[in-house]
Design a protein around this ligand. Structure first.
Ligand SMILES: [Zn+2]
Length: 102
């Protein structure tokens, strides 16, 4: 069981959308993501984290005929998590600067 970090989507000529997820298992392998196709169980073994985008696009085009408008987007909850963390970091930094001046 991994957490989906990113979604790659592409559309067929008929307008059907296919998705490949980038998942990561934070308990067992927190530094490596892996690809999982949401439609056919395609799950390639990845030796590096490079070229994930290329692999996802290639699979969507060759296996599902979805070669239009490839798109990459982040998982919504991860994006929100970062939006919450950033202001907290900013407040802590301002607080530190203030303390150092006094
Ligand atoms: Zn597939």
């Amino acid at each position: 069981m991994g957490a989906a970090l990113r979604h790659f989507t592409a559309t067929t000529e008929q307008g059907q959308v296919f998705t490949v997820n980038v998942e990561r298992d934070f308990r067992y392998d927190p530094y490596r993501g892996f690809l999982v196709c949401a439609h056919c169980g395609w799950r390639p073994s990845l030796l590096t984290t490079e070229r994930i985008i290329d692999m996802a696009g290639e699979h969507l085009a060759s296996a599902h005929g979805a070669d239009r408008g490839p798109e990459q987007r982040e998982n919504e909850s991860f994006r929100k998590g970062r939006l919450i963390v950033l202001p907290i970091v900013a407040v802590v930094l301002i607080g530190l600067l203030f303390l150092l001046k006094v």
